[in-house]
Write a protein that binds this ligand. Structure first.
Ligand SMILES: CC(=O)CC(=O)SCCNC(=O)CCNC(=O)[C@H](O)C(C)(C)COP(=O)(O)OP(=O)(O)OC[C@H]1O[C@@H](n2cnc3c(N)ncnc32)[C@H](O)[C@@H]1OP(=O)(O)O
Ligand SMILES: NC(=O)C1=CN([C@@H]2O[C@H](COP(=O)(O)OP(=O)(O)OC[C@H]3O[C@@H](n4cnc5c(N)ncnc54)[C@H](OP(=O)(O)O)[C@@H]3O)[C@@H](O)[C@H]2O)C=CC1
Length: 291
């Protein structure tokens, strides 16, 4: 199937990155969010990130302008429904995602492929509640989307070959690399990454190290580009906790229990960079550890 237009639902950090790379690859993009403010902010961020790409001579000013012109925004879900491929990138909460798919269904074009950028939730379960489980799959980008090379492609039990091949073709057009993952909780990247982040929070909780020493240890001692607590703040602590809960519930193994300190940060609304406070406080000029 030929894909010309992409619908992106949720204009947070992932949604704006997905819209960015899709528009640069030549797709017409319809970006949706419930919040007008989120849409305005997303377009500003995309513009800023493309401006930086122009200033570093990664793309030309003409390419940027053409890509920006291909991005439309809307708060109306039915306007997304006629695109060829929809990528749902709203908050990591099954109830929210479920409601979005329920609202989309009556308006969908027959040929439209539905996908979710979920970090962890069962693709088979999300698909089973739609009218097209064979045209449904996981399309999982990594953060920051314009920079990270990988996209995990996850087939639900019913996903057909054409849907998979169409999504693979889109990944290739983006110049990214696809990894195929089976549909089990948190797939590949987060099955491995998130327990490490959770363990870093336990290390902090138990006083084995403080925020600085834990992050420095993993940056300088294991050559990770970001320390695990810095990375958790970057991903969003609400998202990290949601993924740990999916692993814990889905695999029924206590080794995945979320650290109580992670829960406490989320309960405080300290979600990381997006709320300006998490394991670091970002409100000043340089990030300051909160423990
Ligand atoms: C939770 C999930 O479901 C799955 C996930 O996504 S897990 C998270 C996966 N992501 C990671 O692990 C990221 C780990 N961190 C890194 O790789 C790096 O720190 C980083 C790429 C984010 C930044 O790299 P850096 O060298 O420290 O910074 P910097 O030199 O400023 O940036 C490198 C490039 O990325 C670009 N960049 C950085 N952050 C960006 C952002 N948020 N959006 C767009 N571009 C960005 C910069 O413009 C720069 O581009 P050029 O090469 O053209 O100059
Ligand atoms: N953060 C990461 O590193 C990664 C995240 N993901 C996944 O991507 C998805 C989005 O994550 P991320 O971008 O970080 O989250 P954010 O919190 O940055 O953004 C989520 C956006 O979705 C919006 N939203 C909530 N409900 C709806 C709805 N009903 N309709 C439309 N938009 C809605 C939110 O609006 P409001 O703020 O008003 O609630 C917000 O703007 C999640 O499934 C996450 O697991 C995947 C890979 C990496």
């Amino acid at each position: 199937m030929t894909v010309n237009s992409i619908g992106v639902i949720g204009a947070g950090q992932m949604g704006n990155g997905i819209a960015h790379v899709m528009a640069l690859a030549g797709y017409d993009v319809v970006l949706n969010d419930i919040s007008e403010e989120a849409l305005t902010r997303a377009v500003e961020i995309i513009q800023r990130n493309m401006d930086r790409q122009v200033s570093r001579e990664k793309i030309s000013a003409e390419t940027r302008d053409a890509a920006m012109a291909r991005i439309a925004t809307t708060q109306e879900l039915p306007q997304v429904a006629k695109t060829d491929l929809i990528i749902e990138a709203a908050t990591e909460n099954e109830g929210i995602k479920q409601k979005i798919f329920d609202s989309l269904l009556p308006h969908l074009a027959e040929h439209t492929i539905l996908t979710s950028n979920t970090s962890s939730i069962s693709i088979t379960r999300l698909a089973s509640r739609t009218d097209r489980p064979e045209k449904f799959m996981g399309f999982h980008f990594m953060n920051p989307v314009p920079v990270m090379q990988l996209v995990e492609l996850i087939r639900g039990i019913a996903t057909d070959k054409e849907t998979y091949e169409t999504c693979l073709g889109v990944v290739e057009k983006l110049g990214k690399t696809a990894a195929s993952a089976e549909d089990f909780p948190a797939f590949i990247v987060n099955r491995i990454l998130m327990p490490m982040i959770n363990e870093a929070v336990y290390t902090l909780y138990e006083g084995v190290g403080n925020v600085n020493s834990i992050d420095q240890s993993m940056k300088l001692g294991a050559n990770h580009p970001m320390g695990p607590l810095e990375l958790a703040d970057f991903i969003g602590l609400d998202t990290c906790l949601a993924i740990m809960n999916v692993l814990h519930d889905g695999l029924a193994d206590t080794k995945y229990r979320p650290c109580p300190l992670l829960t406490k940060y989320v309960e405080a609304g300290w979600l990381g960079r997006k709320t300006q406070r998490g394991f670091y406080d970002y409100r000043g000029e340089t990030p300051v550890p909160t423990r």
